[in-house]
Design a protein around this ligand. Structure first.
Ligand SMILES: [Zn+2]
Length: 372
């Protein structure tokens, strides 16, 4: 086996973002195939059906609609793969949130690497650009990462839909994106191999940094725009940060404890109502505590989180009275073999995760008291 340490960066070949972009879906799809299976959950179909049907019809692309069940599980992937094969599809499109998109990627792979398009209707995660999917159990707990040979051929984001969604989605996306820089710099400092399969490039590290800077500058403005359901330059910038910058940043730099602890948190049924980025934000705080971050850095994180409305305390993610046993169970899942928690530059144990969750929570509560 070749043991040369190489640097690697991977990305989708085309990224399209703007208000009304969904109306161009057919036009972009026609470069990739002529027979599309499009999956979205029933709620999403309710507001994209017209634009999708009209634009594919105008572009001469055959359309097979699938109603997505809501979770990216192996059985859902198998079901839609069978439907795509039966339709003879040469391109699969996932429309909606991260789970619909991850399912489309897995279906594209299972169909023999047909073209894949991700069309997020919310800016809630950095899933749309990556060549991997997060597979969940039927109960909604993290099961495994599934890696594919390439990134989606096209990522298309309609910011009018992003602005139309409840603001909690873009805020949660900011939580996912906020972790990107903190995790990237850890992986780079420790010379870790990223999800992309190599060491980070300066280019991907710069994108991770730009992601963080964009959040700090425009996050609070974007939250307010999203609450009013309007598209503004700040909302456009945060949509790009949450989707493109965070996506390229995490995949080609690496994840660390913030996401490992997120995955650990999913073992507790009490957090299942929380969104991905909200749980990640608790993981970020625990990672910062574990690293011995300066007061200044912790307070920058806490100020930002509170200003955009991200949870920082255990109570805010449904773990109000968690005892040490419950936090230790989360710690054990966070430090399971293969977890990205092990990208930290020091060994991490379940006890350390529980301690960091407790200390982070105490700090966040004290900060909230000081800055009501
Ligand atoms: Zn994430």
């Amino acid at each position: 086996m070749n043991t040369v340490a190489t640097r690697m960066m991977i990305s989708p070949p085309k990224y399209v973002q703007g208000a009304g972009a969904m109306q161009q879906l057919g036009e972009h799809l026609s470069c990739l195939g002529e027979n599309a299976v499009v999956l979205a959950d029933s709620g999403v179909w309710g507001f994209v059906d017209e634009a999708v049907t009209a634009s594919l019809s105008a572009a001469g692309v055959k359309l097979t609609k699938e109603t997505f069940g809501g979770l990216c599980t192996q059985s859902e992937i198998d079901r839609i793969t069978a439907a795509a094969k039966a339709a003879g599809a040469d391109v699969v499109v996932g429309i909606g949130g991260g789970t619909a998109i991850d399912t489309a990627k897995a279906v594209g792979h299972a169909c023999g690497d047909i073209a894949v398009v991700s069309a997020p209707t919310v800016a809630s995660t950095d899933a749309p650009t990556s060549a991997l999917a997060v597979i969940y159990t039927e109960e909604g707990a993290f099961e495994r990462y599934s890696f594919f040979t390439r990134n989606p051929n096209l990522v298309l984001v309609d910011t009018a839909l992003v602005a139309g969604a409840p603001s909690r989605f873009i805020v949660s996306g900011m939580g996912d994106a906020l972790a990107t820089w903190y995790e990237a710099r850890v992986c780079v400092a420790a010379n870790r191999t990223a999800m992309a399969g190599g060491l980070a490039t300066g280019a991907s590290l710069s994108l991770a940094r730009l992601c963080w800077e964009t959040l700090m500058e425009y996050g609070p403005q974007a939250r307010l725009a999203a609450e009013q359901h309007v598209v503004t330059p700040a909302l456009e910038k945060i949509t790009e940060a949450n989707t493109l910058l965070s996506g390229l940043g995490f995949e080609s730099c690496g994840l660390a404890a913030a996401h490992g602890i997120h995955n650990g948190l999913t073992v507790s049924h009490r957090v299942h109502g929380m969104m991905h980025g909200e749980k990640v934000n608790i993981g970020t705080l625990a990672q910062l505590v574990m690293e011995g971050s300066s007061t200044d850095e912790l307070e920058t994180y806490l100020r930002f989180s509170r200003e955009v409305g991200l949870p920082t305390t255990l109570a805010e993610i449904g773990l109000a009275d968690a005892d040490r046993e419950e936090l230790l169970a989360i710690g054990r899942a966070s430090t399971a073999d293969g977890e990205t928690t092990h990208n930290m530059p020091f060994p991490v144990t379940a006890d350390m995760v529980a301690d960091a969750l407790i200390a982070g929570d105490a700090y966040a509560r004290a900060f909230a008291k000081k800055h009501p």
